[in-house]
Design a protein around this ligand. Structure first.
Ligand code: CTP
Length: 467
């Protein structure tokens, strides 16, 4: 089989490699994506010889900067939005305690053998005599057609050489909607504990890619089945299972979470909203309780769950700034909209609008996604309640404009009015006004807020300057 490699870059690599009498190939992800008709901006070139020499020659023709990694014998070049990596064909062997291989020069075949999956081991020639010809010693093309992830060698060798590949297998399965061939999967199960030699940063890169997949549940279900989930995210693994007391079972929280995650993913590419979906019920296992009258309850799982988020983000080396606070907020608030269905006054709605602020739409998307049940009548009833709450929120927001609410009296105004330095009393007065507005005791305007400020200050024994 031949592939029409039209791009100028391939022609130039071919010419330059020919000039120094070495064979070069495009290999790996680019070839896979080429046949899958997916766009790919990373190109890996393998040279049966010195990769850095070819890279330098190509760089000077294209006037592109080449970075040489002499220690590894590789080179990297950026050209027109493409990242091109050049490497000499190599043979690798690994020690059991490290991902760092012992490397020797090798042939294309040696290089293909050391790769992770058959679909990633295909190479296209860049030599003049067979330009574009596919070398596919492990039938990667068949696997591509049958949508299968399979290791080229005995999977125990491939995975123990580099345990990150277990996660890559699952990530590709989710990303491309492929299945993992049964021997390869059985080997992941056997080797799962070896994941501990992989750095958390690399693990998290793969988790993020799983999260970004069209149906992230596919990846998380495979992680669970392989035993990797309980090593990487035990808090999610422990959502699995149903306990029964007095003949009553509760919702199976892992599959529910998977459904919520896919519901959110089908509506939004926001990776942090997807994390919030994965983690929304993470507080359930530790709050689970059986009550003879109420049955199973998970009281406070929203609060406990939100408290668990920083620990999880820290362990996964996810960002601890606004992304984490956003996830925490959504986990904490995820029960609130639906709980408002029976509330007659507007104050609960106002409070939620204030707390959710600019994340309200995301919160509502999560809450809608959280409505799952095998019983269509239950789903319909919950959806009706949800619609009712949505309307109520829209009405209150239109009337009171709470969502991006800034109290009409600032801390500075309070300090100026009473001649105060920054102190506790300023905060007390400010909060009092905010609470009164959210509770609907006064309107959201300067006049009423000013009046209340004076009253509260009087109660605190503070008098106006020049009063
Ligand atoms: N590779 C490998 N084992 C790894 C990582 C990579 O064998 N742990 C090989 C595979 O042949 C892969 C190639 O190196 O195709 C390039 O790796 P990388 O750029 O990380 O992945 P891609 O397959 O290109 O896919 P993606 O860009 O989606 O990560």
């Amino acid at each position: 089989m031949k592939a029409p490699l039209q791009s100028k870059i391939f022609r130039i690599v071919a010419e330059q490699a020919a000039l120094i009498n070495v064979k070069s190939y495009v290999i790996g992800g680019y070839v896979r994506d080429f046949f899958l008709k997916r766009s790919c901006t990373d190109i890996d070139i393998v040279v049966e010889g010195n990769g850095m020499e070819v890279a330098s020659a190509v760089g000077s023709i294209l006037k592109a900067r080449v970075t040489l990694f002499k220690k590894f014998g590789t080179a990297m070049m950026c050209y027109k939005g493409m990242e091109i990596e050049f490497v000499g064909a190599r043979k690798e062997s690994y020690r059991s305690d490290s991902r760092k291989p012992i490397v020797e020069n090798g042939t294309l075949e040696d290089d293909q053998k050391r790769r992770d999956f058959t679909i990633n081991a295909m190479a296209l020639s860049l030599a003049r005599e067979d330009y574009g010809t596919l070398t596919d010693p492990f039938n990667g093309m068949d696997d591509l057609k049958r949508k299968i992830i399979r290791t080229p060698l005995d999977p125990d060798t491939t995975f123990s050489d580099d345990p990150l590949r277990m996660l890559r297998a699952i990530r590709f399965a989710a990303q491309l909607d492929f299945s993992i061939e049964s021997d390869s999967f059985a080997s992941i199960v056997r080797n799962a504990s070896r994941i501990h030699i992989v750095s958390q940063e690399r693990i998290t890169v793969e988790l993020q890619k799983i999260m970004a997949a069209p149906k992230p549940s596919k990846g998380f279900i495979l992680l669970e089945k392989s035993g990797l989930l309980s090593l990487l995210l035990p808090q999610i693994a422990s959502l699995k299972g149903v306990e029964t007391m007095e003949g009553r079972g509760h919702k199976e929280n892992f599959s529910h979470t998977m459904e919520v995650l896919d519901n959110v993913a089908s509506e939004s590419d926001n990776i942090w909203l997807r994390w919030a979906a994965l983690l929304h019920d993470v507080g359930k296992p530790s709050t689970k309780h059986f009550d003879k009258e109420l049955g199973w309850t998970f009281h406070g799982h929203d609060f406990i769950g939100s408290k668990m988020i920083p620990g999880i983000f820290r362990k996964l080396r996810l960002p601890l700034g606004e992304e984490m606070r956003y996830v925490q907020k959504l986990v904490q608030l995820h029960l609130r909209p639906v709980a408002l269905v029976n509330e007659v006054s507007d104050s609960g709605v106002r409070r939620l609008l204030f707390e959710a602020g600019e994340d309200l739409d995301d919160l509502m998307l999560l809450c809608r996604a959280d409505i799952t049940s095998k019983n269509p009548r239950t789903v319909r009833r919950h959806l009706e309640n949800f619609e009712q709450v949505s309307k109520k929120m829209a009405r209150v927001e239109e009337k009171d404009a709470i969502r991006n609410f800034q109290p009409p009296i600032s801390g500075e105004m309070i300090m100026k009015t009473f001649g105060l330095p920054p102190c506790r009393e300023v905060g007390l007065i400010k909060d009092y006004i905010k609470e009164a507005i959210l509770d609907g005791k006064i309107g959201n305007n300067l006049e009423e807020a000013r009046q209340l400020m004076l009253e509260r200050a009087r109660e605190l024994g503070i008098s106006e300057v020049n009063a």
